[in-house]
Design a protein around this ligand. Structure first.
Ligand SMILES: NC(=O)c1ccc[n+]([C@@H]2O[C@H](COP(=O)([O-])OP(=O)(O)OC[C@H]3O[C@@H](n4cnc5c(N)ncnc54)[C@H](O)[C@@H]3O)[C@@H](O)[C@H]2O)c1
Length: 269
């Protein structure tokens, strides 16, 4: 199992405060990686135990608040991937704190909107694009620059796409979301091709229905989702974790530009 080990490596996970991102952070830490997360919310309690349980270093990145004459002009609890300024500030802090180390990046922050195509507004679509596409793209770009600068021999970027980039999700009204995840999957091989010369691999993982805050707003759809999966259940975030650890590790050293679908078979029948 030595090729699965991430001992001594450093990973950055966006959207790592809860849900799939938190599970990815946990999985990478269990394999030995130090973990930093960027998010717009404080992390779940479970994040605090990772450091001790896995004997790794963890950090949650937030912007330093700038207080001028009693007015605070930066939210001190967030790195917002949809803001170029916020993302760059987050990377700057992370670089100085971790001495420029970075081997693994998992851009996972994402949002969904359940709205009919005919009612989707420009603003709603723009919000999705700025987080799911631009936020992910520039997280990957800044991470790649850091990996090139530090000369890692184990660079791996694991983009979080979705089953929704492969199919029209039967039960949901999420045309814009499907488009953003399609963008993630399409950019993956193109970025992989450009980063291969630096020994950085780029793959994506496409989860199916996962029980997280994102899907919690659809309790009435749960039963239907179970029947869409061959295995008759929806995924827990831990069900997706293994694919992320595999793609992050040398066990997948010959894989780049690919997508792994972890969906209980939904897209296969
Ligand atoms: N839950 C599912 O069924 C499912 C299926 C396929 C793909 N995904 C993808 O997995 C990823 C994680 O989703 P999840 O289900 O864990 O949802 P979630 O809502 O539980 O987690 C998303 C995380 O992203 C963070 N985030 C949102 N906007 C951000 C921003 N601008 N900057 C930084 N962080 C931000 C949130 O605060 C949250 O911690 C998303 O990209 C989602 O599209 C989820």
């Amino acid at each position: 199992m030595s090729k699965f080990s991430l001992q001594g490596r450093t990973a950055l996970v966006t959207g790592g405060a809860r849900g799939c991102g938190l599970a990815f952070a946990r999985g990478l830490a269990e394999a030995g990686a130090n973990i930093a997360i960027f998010d717009v919310i404080p992390p779940d309690e479970a994040f605090a135990s990772i450091e001790k349980d896995c004997s790794v270093r963890t950090a949650y990145y937030k912007l330093v608040a700038l207080t001028i004459l009693f007015y605070t002009i930066a939210n001190p609890r967030r790195v917002d991937v949809s803001s170029e300024e916020s993302l760059q500030a987050g990377f700057k802090q992370f670089q100085s704190d971790f001495n420029n180390a970075l081997d693994i990046c998992v851009p996972c922050a994402g949002i969904n909107r359940h709205l009919p195509f005919l009612e989707f507004t420009y603003k709603d679509h723009q919000d999705l694009l700025s987080i799911n596409v631009l936020g992910l793209y520039f997280t990957a770009q800044l991470a790649a620059k850091q990996m090139i600068a530090n000369g890692t021999k184990h660079g791996s970027i694991v983009l979080v796409a979705s089953m929704a980039s492969h199919i029209a999700v039967r039960s949901q009204l999420c045309s814009a979301y499907c488009g953003t995840k399609g963008a993630v999957r399409s950019m993956c091989p193109a970025i992989a091709k450009e980063l291969a010369q630096y020994n950085i691999r780029v793959n994506s993982v496409s989860p199916g229905y996962v029980r997280t805050e994102m899907t919690a707003s659809f309790p009435h759809l749960l039963e239907g989702w179970k029947s869409e999966a061959m295995n008759g259940r929806i995924a827990e975030p831990e069900d997706i974790m293994g694919a992320c650890v595999f793609l992050a590790s040398d066990a997948s050293a010959y894989m780049t530009g690919q997508d792994i679908i972890v969906d209980g078979g939904v897209t296969r029948w």
